[in-house]
Design a protein around this ligand. Structure first.
Ligand code: SAH
Length: 507
């Protein structure tokens, strides 16, 4: 008998594309996976939920070679038998045209414990994102999921087209784009009214979603005209008429816009989320990385030596606080000094460590901070911040008689990107709508990534959005034309500026 301890396999539905459409349970499985074996997904970023140690394996594709399903089965057995928590991640729902049943059978035969975690299937999700309810009290009381894969088209196929054509109100055909004409012909010849409305939804729930609508009689021609290919579902039935009233996703203000984010990946998520909520496709192209600077214990300035500590960014708060922690101090170290914070995010970060700032200036520029901070004459001021921060703030404070200790606690370093060539091509071909800069260093590093390019030409086909006047000045100094400037130096304000620039449309 084997002494090996068996692991477990979770066969998990990843949902249709929108990464938020995975279930809570599916996400929890990814968070504890030792191994994840994933199919070609519309959204690879789901894999980011896995812990660092997770082994990520792209599943061999059985559509390419039949023997691949055996290879895949072996992979599942091998890792489960080695005692691992294995996630088998599949698009949509694993039991709807997903071979989940076949794979579970292999696990049963191998004596491996498993669970099935359902997912939101494309037939439901892509329809919903197109504004088409698959059932409706007035229009459809039944719905069927059907495969349009070539095997289903053979004369001896086990799909009963002659009855299906008229028996079910809403038909949702998966894998059917390549056989669209045959499918509609079968439906019409088996008695379905040729005027029945039909929709095709391609890559539903993603920012690239496209919908073509017609009738059984003319849909093939319409789809041919726009050269739509898979993956798409075909929806047949009167419910399609509801899209006109219920369309909600592809009408979002930034839908169809591709927006490049250049800020550090660790800080990009909030901005990305705001843009995505408005329908944009976000392309992450980080140009900087934040690196805390190593200080020896005795080099770490402690708050008790100062009258004021000024924080100008979230990074400054987080990195300075972890420095204090590293020498055994915590929030109580701020007991005898006052704290100044610039910007709502910095205030929130301070609140997070239990500090309510004593003073918040009305603006983030160095001049304004120095002007508004009262009684600085002969005061000791600590300024823990980025190495490359501008000299305005300490200079102005010193002019007013303060003793300023400007300490570099982190550096923003340039990132080497692997996808620079793709981005360059997209920029030059106008396939990116907006490039966003959220600090001066993102502008400089971005331009340095394309040393051969003239900044004006590089960005001539896109709109450039910057986060406030300092970044704007840097951009202009480097010859970049700026189209969108946010009122305040915050992500909310920049998102707002992008939205108002694009409503109704930029041209
Ligand atoms: N198990 C999956 C289906 C796999 S079969 C599920 O439950 O969704 C692959 C087919 O699913 C594609 O050919 C296409 O018809 C459909 N499909 C998958 N994702 C889709 C999407 N985002 N939009 C439209 N159709 C999709």
């Amino acid at each position: 008998m084997s002494t090996e301890k068996n692991g477990i396999v979770y066969i998990v539905g990843a949902g249709p594309g929108d990464k938020k459409l995975i279930t809570v349970k599916g996400m929890a499985c990814l968070q504890k996976a030792d191994v994840v074996i994933y199919d070609l997904l519309l959204n690879d970023s789901l894999l980011d939920y896995c812990p660092e140690h997770t082994l990520k394996i792209k599943a061999p594709d059985p559509r390419i070679r039949a023997t691949r399903q055996d290879e895949l089965n072996q992979l599942l057995l091998q890792h489960a038998k080695a005692g691992k928590v294995v996630v088998r991640l599949k698009g949509g729902d694993p039991f709807i045209f997903g071979r989940g049943g076949e794979e579970a059978t292999v696990l049963v035969q191998g004596g491996i414990p498993f669970e099935i975690v359902p997912g939101v299937t494309a037939g439901i999700a892509a329809s919903a994102y197109a504004g088409i309810p698959v059932t409706h009290r007035d229009f459809a009381s039944s719905v069927a999921f059907v495969t349009g894969h070539s095997a289903a088209m053979h004369a001896d196929s086990n799909i009963n087209w002659s009855q299906l054509a008229t028996a079910v109100d809403t038909l949702i055909v998966y894998m059917g784009v390549a056989h669209l004409s045959e499918i509609v012909n079968r439906l019409i010849s088996n008695g379905r009214d040729k005027h029945t409305p039909v929709s095709l939804v391609r890559v539903g729930t993603t920012p690239q979603q496209t919908v073509v609508q017609g009738t059984l009689e003319n849909i093939a021609e319409k789809v041919e005209a726009v050269q739509m290919n898979s993956p798409a579902i075909i929806i047949v039935g009167h419910v399609n008429n509801l899209r006109e009233h219920l369309r909600w996703f592809d009408t979002k203000p930034l839908f169809g816009k591709r927006i490049l984010i250049t800020r550090a990946r660790a800080q990009a998520s909030e901005f990305a989320e705001r843009l995505e909520e408005n329908g944009a496709e976000v392309i992450q192209f980080p140009t900087i990385e934040i690196h805390p600077i190593k200080l020896r214990d005795e080099q770490i300035p402690t708050p008790d030596k100062y009258n004021w500590v000024i924080f100008t960014s979230v990074n400054a708060v987080e990195i300075y606080y972890s420095l204090l922690n590293s020498i055994g101090l915590d929030t109580r170290a701020f007991l005898t000094c006052q704290v100044c914070a610039v910007g709502p995010k910095t205030i929130a970060a301070l609140n997070g460590i239990g500090i309510k700032p004593d003073f918040v200036p009305t603006h983030s520029s160095g001049n304004v901070i120095a002007r508004e901070l009262q009684n600085v004459q002969d005061k000791n001021i600590l300024l823990p911040r980025a190495k490359i921060a501008t000299a305005d703030l300490p200079q102005r404070l010193r002019e007013r008689g303060a003793h300023v200790h400007d300490v570099a606690i982190y550096d923003t370093l340039k990132v080497e990107s692997e996808c620079g060539d793709v981005i360059l091509k997209d920029l030059l071909e106008g396939k990116i709508d907006i490039v966003t800069f959220t600090s001066s260093s993102t502008v400089r590093n971005f331009l340095e990534m394309f040393p051969e390019q003239n900044p004006k030409e590089l960005l001539s086909k896109v709109h450039v959005a910057v986060i406030g006047p300092t970044t704007e000045a840097t951009a202009r100094k480097h010859g970049v034309k700026v189209n969108i400037i946010s009122k305040d130096a915050t992500i909310e304000s920049l998102t707002q500026a992008v939205l108002s620039a694009l409503t109704p449309r930029i041209d």
